[in-house]
Design a protein around this ligand. Structure first.
Ligand code: URA
Length: 240
């Protein structure tokens, strides 16, 4: 099946620079289509049928990029910001030119799994409230977390604005003055987990996302590190 796109769009989607920069590449004669120098950066190319070479090297076209980032604290989940450092700022220059955006948000002080992609359809699927995609977090709580909290979370708790949360799964890992828990939520309201604990009289003091859908954070990634997802991991993210 044909997949026709403008040459400059293909080149910039592939991380070769901005539209202006790739136009210059074409002008400089660095780009060939099926062995013939490209004349114009606006020309239409069939990605499935034609071969593109840049500086003599074949360009292997990939439409979608999926990145797993271990988000550190102090970074905001946005693509750009005038004052704050964003998750996109952590990526290499090449990756930045793919137009990647974070799938959902984590608070500035939350760590852990953040997926970035230019696959808008998958992003929409994962964020749509009606899909109830599970998100798993590890949290440290100031206060003794009890079986009563587990039951209350399973029924759904009422937040301070009157919203009743969907049932969530709370697992106590350690119960004490400072407790450690794992929690799975199926929605993504603003500060949701922090507010859920406030509703049972406790405070989240550390929060880390460890899974989204069936995709788990790679524990080998240090804070601030990222890598592309394997194909099998993209499937884990897609399948519910
Ligand atoms: N719940 C929160 O309170 N914060 C997050 O960053 C994610 C879920």
């Amino acid at each position: 099946m044909k997949n026709i796109q403008r040459l400059d769009k293909i080149l910039s989607n592939m991380g070769l620079g901005t539209r202006k920069e790739v136009k210059q590449l074409v002008k400089d004669g660095a780009v060939e289509i099926d062995g013939v120098a490209a004349k114009d950066s606006s020309m239409q190319i069939d990605i499935n049928g034609q071969k593109i070479y840049v500086f003599g090297k074949e360009l292997v076209y990939r439409e979608f990029i999926y990145i797993m980032l271990n988000k550190p604290q102090g970074i905001i989940s946005a693509t750009e910001d005038t004052r704050e450092k964003t998750v996109v700022d952590l990526l290499s220059k090449e990756l930045k030119s793919y137009g990647l955006a974070p799938v959902g948000r984590l608070d500035k002080d939350t760590e852990g799994l953040m997926v970035l992609t230019n696959d808008g359809q998958l992003s929409h699927q994962l964020l749509s409230p009606k899909n109830h995609i599970p998100k798993t977090y590890y949290a440290k709580i100031n206060g003794v977390v009890t079986e009563d909290d587990v039951e209350r979370f399973a029924r759904g708790v009422i937040l301070e604005d009157g919203y009743k949360t969907l049932p969530s799964k709370l697992k106590i890992l350690e119960s004490g003055d400072i407790s450690a828990v794992e929690i799975i939520i199926y929605e993504g309201k603003f500060h949701q987990i922090k507010r859920m604990f406030v509703s049972v009289g406790k405070q989240v003091i550390y929060l880390k996302r460890i899974a989204m859908n069936k995709l788990e954070l790679d524990e080998n990634l240090q804070l601030g590190e990222y890598r592309e997802l394997y194909d099998s991991e993209v499937e884990l993210l897609k399948n519910s």
